[in-house]
Structure formats: C-alpha cells, structure tokens
Design a protein around this ligand. Structure first.
Ligand code: SAM
Length: 289
C-alpha cells in the first residue's frame, strides 16, 4: 500500500471510494510525511509498544504506527471509513480497527484484555470538537496510559501548557498539568491537511506523571473549585466560590482559607497555581466535614 502521508495517495483513495468528508466528525486528514514521522518520534513508539489510535480516518497515521509499534488498536466512529481501512491496512497483521465512539470505549477494560493491563501509548490526530472530553476521559479513567501524543488545535495546545497569570491559563491547563507534563513538539499549518482546517494545529505530548506530584485529598472537589474560579474569571475567588452552584462556600470560609495560605482575600482564581488550588480545596474540604 502506498504511503498515505503523500497527498496524491490520499486523494487517490478518497476518489476510489468516492468518500465525502463529514464535518460533524472533525475529519481533516494529515498529508505530510515529515509531520507523521515527527509524531511517531515524539511519541517514542517502538517495537515493544501497544498503541491506541483515536480516529484513524483512512489509516494514514495508522500505517506509520503499524510500521513502528508491536500492536495497534484504532477506534473510528465513521462506519463509511471501515471498508477503506480494511483496504489501506491490509498489509499489516498487527492492527485492529474498532468501529466505535471513543467516548464510549472502556479504556481500562480494553487495556486489560488486549495488553494484560500493561501501560499503553495513545497517539492521534484528534477530532477537534471533542479534544477535551477525550483527553480528560483518558486521565480520569485512571487507566494505565503512559503518554498521549496528539494533534490538537494550536490554541488548545497553548492552554494546556499555560501557567498562572497568563491569558491562556484556565481549567484545562490545571487539569492536564495535574495528571501530566505537557510539551508542544510541533506546530502544524492548515496546508498539511485535506481538507484544510480553519485553525492552526500543534502536536502536544502529555507524559503521565509517575510520582503523585500535587495531590488533592478530594480531586472532585478541587476540580469543582477550579471550574468555578474560571467560570467567573473577572470575579475574585471569594465571590466566585460563593456564587458557584453546588459549592456555596460562605465568603468567611474562603477568606479564612486564603488567610491561612497567606493570600489576599481579593485574589482571583487565575493567580493561583495548581499547588495552591490543591491546598485551598484541602482546607475548604476539611471545613465542610
Ligand atoms: N488519523 C487520520 C489522519 O491523521 O489523517 C484522521 C484524523 S481526523 C482529524 C479525526 C478522525 O476521528 C476522523 O477519522 C473522524 O471520523 C474520527 N472521529 C471523530 N469523532 C470520533 C469519535 N467520537 N470516536 C472515534 N473516532 C472519531
């Protein structure tokens, strides 16, 4: 099978199957062998690896993964792509395509059944409309995922890496950094895809933290506090947490916790680091019991 990373080969497959792109599935197929090699290299895919690919499309990156990994499972929602994948991936014996919605796949179970519960790598050119639920789903499942190397919208990659006090800093930065170390490994312009997306893209590698790093006693509470703080970005933290549905901490309670931490009662959520959010949620959580 010809290298689908080359635009002319992708076009030939699309024509052969008279394929029409489905906007609702975020279908932008990568056509640049150098970017594909870069992704494989950044993900450090080797002969011992089991790789989960989200959204193989016509199998472009899947070909590269099959060449480098021990085993690949690729989950594709669009059933019209399944016969195409059967064709483009026919030379490879180390791949299985599942026609499913990745958000409905039990990742922990898949890893247990296919890789004896041992850590896997996730590599994907993600459908941008569900980037956050896919990544958060992988982290929150607590399944053994060693790293996630993915193409995302450039702005999203910047938000994942952002620190306190910057305009990109928000709930996504904190959630990603709680679980992993994010690194942008490549910027990818729209002309590397068919069809061209309206936005710039970037490849980001999220390496799962091995140590526990920052630990909140009640993760759920900490992420509720984080979301509430950034939902009302221009409000002080005290007012934000006081107004948040489902939390309703009294102003006095929040001020007391901030004082214990040596922080001003007028501080905004965007000024707090991940460590400070963890301490704040531990203090507020204790008072709630
Ligand atoms: N991997 C291919 C490539 O690099 O050329 C295609 C990437 S394209 C950006 C995203 C792919 O994800 C499409 O094939 C799309 O049909 C698939 N997809 C969209 N939503 C999905 C979902 N919920 N579960 C699984 N696959 C999905």
């Amino acid at each position: 099978m010809a290298d689908l990373g080359k635009p002319q080969n992708t076009i030939a497959v699309l024509q052969k199957y008279n394929f029409s792109f489905q906007k609702k599935y975020g279908q932008n197929f990568l056509v640049d062998p150098r970017v594909l090699e870069k992704i494989i290299h950044a993900a450090q895919v080797g002969q011992e690896d089991f790789v989960l690919e989200v959204g193989p499309g016509i199998g472009t990156m899947t070909q590269y993964l099959c060449e480098h990994a021990r085993e690949v499972v690729a989950v594709e929602i669009d059933r019209k792509l399944i016969p195409i994948l059967e064709d483009t991936l026919s030379p490879y014996q180390n791949v299985e395509v599942l026609n499913q919605d990745i958000l409905k796949v039990d990742i922990g179970r898949l890893i247990k059944e296919r890789n004896q519960g041992k850590p896997i790598k996730v590599v994907a050119n993600l459908p941008y409309y569900i980037t956050t639920p896919i990544i958060m789903g992988l982290f929150e499942s607590r399944a053994p995922v060693e790293s996630i190397t993915v193409m995302v919208q450039k702005e999203v990659a910047e938000r994942m890496q952002a620190g306190p006090g910057t305009k990109d800093y928000g709930a996504l930065s904190l959630a990603v950094q709680y679980y992993a170390k994010p690194e942008v490994v490549a910027n990818v312009p729209p002309n590397c895809f068919i069809p061209r997306p309206k936005v710039g893209s970037a490849v980001v590698r999220l390496t799962r933290r091995k140590d526990k790093g920052i630990q909140a006693e009640d993760e759920k509470l900490m992420f509720c506090i984080i979301r509430a703080s950034f939902n009302q970005r221009r409000k002080t933290l005290v007012n934000g947490l006081n107004n948040a549905p489902g939390l309703a901490f009294g102003k006095g309670q929040v001020i007391e916790a901030l004082e214990t931490m040596g922080l001003s009662p007028n501080i905004r959520g965007e000024a707090l680091s991940l460590g400070q959010f963890a301490i704040l949620s531990n203090l507020l959580g204790q008072n709630r019991q």
